[in-house]
Structure formats: C-alpha cells, structure tokens
Design a protein around this ligand. Structure first.
Ligand SMILES: Cc1cc2nc3c(=O)[nH]c(=O)nc-3n(C[C@H](O)[C@H](O)[C@H](O)COP(=O)(O)OP(=O)(O)OC[C@H]3O[C@@H](n4cnc5c(N)ncnc54)[C@H](O)[C@@H]3O)c2cc1C
Length: 287
C-alpha cells in the first residue's frame, strides 16, 4: 500500500522523490483524479504542502517569481490589471470552479502537461522560465520546449518545480478560452497572444495555443505572418488577414477530434480567436 511522505525542506523533497517509486503532490486536484482512475496507486505520495517557500509571488529584478505552489486564486488576485500579467490572471480565473482555483496550483497545472491546461499558453506567450531543483542543484529551462506530450514534460524523477519566472514586459497580452460552457469546462481551444507595437507595425509577437495538438504550442508561422503586416485600416483588410491567419495556422496546429469537439471545429475557432485577440491588442495599443 502506498504511504504519504511529508518533507520539511525542498532538499528533503528531492531526496524523497529521487529514491523509489514516488510522486509529488501539490494541490492534489489532478493527482486525486488520476488515482481514482488507477494511476499512481503503487506510488508513495510526497506532499509538498509544508514547503511554504514555494507559495506566493515576488517581484524581483529579472521579473515576477511565482512559487510553484501558488494557487489560481492568488494569481488572479495579484495579477488582475497588472499589464501583460492580466492575461495570466484571466487564465487562472477560468480554471475549473472555485474549489479547484482555491486548491489547484500553477506548478501542478504545468506538470500535469494536459494539452488543455489553461495557464500554459499564457506562460509560453510571456516567455516564462521554470526553475527545476534536484538534490544536486537547480536548472532554469524555458517553458517553450518543456512540454513533451500529453502528461509528459522534460522534468526528471527527483526534481521539483520550485518557481516560474516571467520577465517584465512592456507590451500587452490577452487570453481567451473556448469551452462547452462558461464555467467548469475544459478548453476546446485556448489562446494567448502577447504584442508589442510601434507606428502601426508589430515589433514583438508571441502566440500560444492549447488543445490544438499533443501539447500547448507556439504558432510560429502565424507570428511570422503577422510581423509582415501593417495594422489593417478597413474591414476588407481585416478579412484578408483572417484568411491569411487561417492558412498560416494550418501549418502551426493540427487539432484532433475528441469527445469535446472535432478537429475542424477547433481549427475554425482557433482562426477566429487568434484574429480577435490580435485585433483587440492592435487596436488597444493604437490608443
Ligand atoms: C473538476 C476539475 C476541473 C478542472 N478544470 C480545469 C480547467 O478548467 N483548466 C485547467 O487548466 N485545469 C483544470 N483542471 C486540472 C487541475 O485542476 C490543474 O491542472 C491543477 O493546476 C493541478 O494542480 P495541483 O496543485 O492540484 O496538482 P497535483 O494534482 O497535486 O499534481 C499534478 C501533477 O503535477 C505534479 N506536480 C505538482 N506540483 C509539482 C511540483 N512543484 N514539482 C514537481 N511535480 C509537481 C504531480 O506529481 C502530478 O503529477 C481541473 C481539474 C478538476 C478535477
């Protein structure tokens, strides 16, 4: 039978996780469901809940430092209205229901590696860096490239995610989630866009999309396309841009059919949402 281990320090947690068949536990919102489905039943659980230093948000020279055990509720409270970080607040506010947002953590959202995880596209669009700690030291890796497939990331046994660092940004960002209903819905598509702009032209742009492939991913072809455009000044030009986005996105994403939606529905929604967010940001930046 599996047992619960409760480390008092990060080093102790890493030691526990490096020896034997063990799994880390943060808010348990996913782990509990996984165990109900029969996964991890043979593993000891290493609960991180005593590691208070992994909770909370700090502003440092290189950007925002978000502890991996920070809950969605706190993320929404701290980042609402904070420039481009408002997109992360928006994503956090749309995860599950109040109970999930009160217990679920940003670290668990990343490490669950669901293609539909709501905070991940925002973290990708904002160039977040993950701090991974083991018994022997720490490593910083970009979230872009960290997600390897459904339920798989580049983290190794014996490592824990301690914090997420998001560099300060001067531009604006938006997040949008499309689900079957407004609350308690897993994303059919979720999109995050970050934009900087000067004199009608985009100078920096990142687009990340979830639920459109085995992991959330960056839409590099669409980013490239948009960098060549000047802000459309008529509805006809916005329509042309919509068509070009649809073509570029075909190179970036290949959503599949599942119980929530068909792949072609997801693609159409992604085309529309990317255009919508780009337009909102372009017009907001103009003012
Ligand atoms: C009813 C319901 C609705 C949901 N709705 C949504 C939704 O709308 N959007 C969404 O994105 N998600 C949703 N989820 C998924 C889930 O709540 C989130 O992914 C949550 O963020 C997981 O965080 P946690 O702290 O509970 O992680 P846990 O369940 O404790 O852990 C999840 C995984 O991450 C690993 N892990 C956690 N923290 C660390 C760490 N610091 N270092 C190393 N490994 C770690 C664990 O080993 C485990 O494999 C929902 C879940 C439920 C049950």
């Amino acid at each position: 039978m599996s047992q619960m281990l409760i480390p008092n320090t990060v080093t102790e947690a890493c030691q526990m996780l490096s020896s034997g068949n063990r799994v880390a536990c943060a808010g348990a919102t996913n782990l509990y469901v996984d165990r109900e489905k029969g996964k991890y039943l043979d593993r000891d659980i290493v609960s991180l809940h005593r590691l208070k230093e992994l909770s909370g948000i700090r502003e440092e020279k290189d950007g925002w430092h978000i502890g991996s055990l920070t809950t969605f509720d706190l993320i929404e409270d701290v980042f609402r209205g904070q420039g481009s970080m408002d997109a992360l607040a928006e994503a956090a506010s749309l995860v599950g229901g109040p109970q999930i947002r009160n217990r679920g953590t940003i670290g668990g959202n990343i490490l669950s590696a669901s293609p539909a995880a709501d905070t991940v596209p925002v973290l990708m669009a904002l160039d977040a860096v993950l701090v991974l700690v083991s018994e022997t030291g720490q490593r910083m890796v970009s979230i872009n490239g960290f997600m390897k497939g459904p339920g798989r990331t580049a983290i190794h046994q014996g490592k824990i995610l301690t914090e997420i660092v998001i560099p300060f940004k001067t531009g604006a960002a938006r997040f949008r989630k499309v689900g079957k209903r407004n609350a308690l819905a897993i994303s059919i598509i979720n999109v995050a866009v970050y934009m900087e702009k000067e004199a009608g032209r985009i100078t920096a742009l990142t687009i990340a999309i979830g639920s459109a492939g085995p992991t959330a991913l960056r839409a590099f072809h669409t980013e490239e396309l948009l960098r060549t455009w000047k802000r459309p000044d008529s509805e006809e030009k916005w329509q042309s841009l919509h068509e070009e986005i649809a073509i570029a996105l075909s190179e970036d994403i290949s959503p599949i059919d599942d119980i929530r939606a068909t792949g072609s529905y997801r693609k159409t929604v992604a085309d529309n949402v990317v255009l919508q967010l780009v337009r909102e940001l372009w017009e907001a930046c103009e003012k």
